[in-house]
Structure formats: structure tokens, C-alpha cells
Design a protein around this ligand. Structure first.
Ligand SMILES: [Zn+2]
Length: 336
């Protein structure tokens, strides 16, 4: 299933996150009337997103005997319905926008980002997924990475230099490893996170850039992705406050501890004890409570960062037979 967008988003950042999974990058349509629906429509007008054929099949039923791998989507008047082949009680009525599919056109996105940066001319494709947008002030060249895998391409930076030689390159890329950021900076490439450089989408202007940031970025150590304060029970993810109950915060605390201490998965019983708020060794482990709390923490993190809710499973990864692992590098977590 393609990813759905949360409301109130920074659409360019979302598109790059989508594109990180490779091509074609697909998304559902936005909920009609939602804050980002008009900005989304504008991207369609600009050719950055292209409408595809509607979905014809949906996820299988949950807890049904039909054993179908997927359910065909039929029309019931205006409404699409995912139909169980056996039990009509398992049918799911869908919203129209859920079956609308759009494909990201990377070249068009690169062109619109270049235009938002005030650049003329069309972007050059350096290697697949890596676009050279043009020269900005301060003897810098603006580069856009559609996915971080583009940077793994042998000779990508040499080719970049061969096309346009400047003292430094300002690269919009979702690189999260501090080591990689430092290695790129050494080679003259200052990485700027999409979430930092793109400003929130406006209905008529979905792609907006913080040009000052682009001119000034100097490949500094990146700010923490996650910052928690254990005394104040506050958490910030990608700079935005995460709304959590004290118990869920306790569970997050255990995940943070283990992420910083070697990055192993947190055992279920540790997570459960954190949820209970006491060290009750005899209590049977409440698997369901742990799962529910993890689910709430995932939603809260995604909501804070304006990320698709489905991204939560990648931030907080289930490890079979063990528990859960927080997939944030320890050096990107700040604990006060
Ligand atoms: Zn079924």
C-alpha cells in the first residue's frame, strides 16, 4: 500500500521520504478539504505528482476465514468498497481519496525546487536520484538527493564536481548518520535536512525554501533527532514536542536508554516494568499493554514530525522474540 500523508505537512519533505523507498514513489491522495489538499493539488498541476490508475485491490480482511490475499475494490454508488469473497460482514467501505494513487516525478520535483531557490535553467541529473540544481550565492552549488542511496553511487561526488565546480555544495538530503554527514562535509558537501530547509507548504506554494539556511549551512554536527528530559517528562522529535502520557514516556525512556547503550532491542519485560512504573518482577508480562503503548509512542512521534503514521514502524522496530528497538542513532539522541 502506498503511504498516506498526515495533515499539516511539509510536502517536499514528505515526497523525499517517499522517494527514499525507490521508484516508483507512490502516495494516496489527501483527504478532501484537509489543510494539505490544496497544496497537494498544486503539486499535481505543476506535474510533480501524476495521477495513476485507481487501486483495484485492498488489504486482506483481518480475522476472517476467507484466507484471501487481497480484496477486490468494487463500487457501491460513489463509494469504493473492499469486498471479502466470503463474508459481506468483512467488507470495508473506503474513502475515495484512499484509492487514488499518485506517482512522484523526480525530475519535476527537482525543477520546482530549483525554481523555489530562484534558479533558472533545468536541473542536471548527476547519477540516478541525485540532481544538480544550480549555483546559489557564496560560490555554492545547490544539490538535491532524492534518496540517500544516490550518494552510495560510485563516483557520484566526482561527477558532481565535473559538471559544476564550486568551493562548496549545499545538498538537500535525508542523511541521518552523523558520521556520513561529517564525511561529506570533508569533501565539501554540506548536508541540509529536508525537514530543516523546506518551509511548511502553502496552498498555492507547496515548495518553499529557507534560503538563508542554504547559504549558511556549513556541515555542522546535526541537531539531535530526539531530545528527552526525564525530569520534565518532555520529548522533542525532529524539533517538535511529542505528546505522551507519563507511562508511555517511561517506556520511551527504556527504548532511549538501550538505543544509546549499543542500540540493542529493549526486552519486553523491561518495557512492561517501565509501563507499570514499578519493578514488579512477579507480574506476568502484559504483552498487549506493551504493544499498545508502543503504538501510541509511534503515533506521537510521527504526529510531532508531520510524518506518515506508517513511518512509526521504522522508528520503533519490532524485534521478534525480543521486544522493540528505537532506530535512532545513539549520537542523535539527547538526554537531559
Ligand atoms: Zn474475508
Amino acid at each position: 500500500m502506498p503511504t498516506a500523508f498526515c495533515a499539516l505537512v511539509n510536502l517536499p519533505s514528505q515526497l523525499l521520504r517517499l522517494s527514499e523507498g525507490g521508484e516508483p514513489a507512490l502516495t494516496h491522495g489527501p483527504e478532501p478539504g484537509s489543510t494539505d489538499a490544496r497544496a497537494f493539488s498544486r503539486l499535481v498541476e505543476l506535474g510533480v505528482l501524476e495521477r495513476q490508475e485507481d487501486l483495484t485491490a485492498w488489504d486482506p480482511c483481518v480475522g476472517c476465514d476467507c484466507d484471501a490475499d487481497e480484496r477486490p475494490i468494487r463500487r457501491d454508488g460513489d463509494r469504493p468498497v473492499a469486498v471479502c469473497p466470503v463474508d459481506a460482514g468483512q467488507d470495508t467501505v473506503l474513502a475515495g481519496h484512499e484509492i487514488e494513487i499518485y506517482r512522484l516525478r523526480p525530475g519535476q520535483l527537482a525543477a520546482q525546487v530549483a525554481q523555489a531557490a530562484g534558479l533558472d535553467g533545468s536541473p542536471d541529473l548527476v547519477v540516478p536520484g541525485l540532481w544538480l540544481l544550480g549555483r546559489i550565492s557564496g560560490d555554492r552549488t545547490l544539490v538535491l538527493a532524492m534518496s540517500t542511496s544516490a550518494l552510495k553511487h560510485a563516483g557520484a561526488l566526482d561527477r558532481l564536481r565535473a559538471i559544476e565546480r564550486t568551493t562548496r555544495y549545499a545538498m538537500i538530503a535525508a542523511v541521518t548518520s552523523a558520521t556520513e554527514v561529517a564525511a561529506l562535509a570533508e569533501r565539501g558537501v554540506d548536508v541540509i535536512a529536508p525537514g530543516d530547509v523546506f518551509l511548511p507548504s502553502l496552498p498555492q506554494k507547496p515548495i518553499r525554501l529557507d534560503m538563508d539556511l542554504l547559504r549558511e549551512a556549513r556541515g555542522m554536527a546535526e541537531p539531535p533527532l530526539l531530545a528527552i528530559n526525564r525530569m520534565a517528562f518532555t520529548a522533542f522529535y525532529r524539533g517538535a514536542a511529542v505528546r505522551l502520557s507519563k507511562r508511555d514516556f517511561g517506556l520511551l525512556g527504556v527504548l532511549v536508554r538501550d538505543a544509546r547503550d549499543g542500540g540493542a532491542a529493549s526486552p519486553r519485560d523491561d518495557l512492561y516494568r517501565a509501563l507499570l512504573g514499578r519493578d514488579d518482577a512477579d507480574a506476568p508480562i502484559g504483552d498487549e499493554q506493551v504493544d499498545k503503548s508502543v503504538s501510541r509512542v509511534r503515533s506521537a512521534l510521527c504526529a510531532a514530525a508531520g510524518e506518515p503514521a506508517t513511518h512509526g514502524r521504522q522508528i520503533l522496530v519490532a524485534v521478534r522474540g525480543e521486544g522493540y528497538r528505537l532506530d535512532i542513532p545513539g549520537d542523535r539522541i539527547q538526554v537531559d
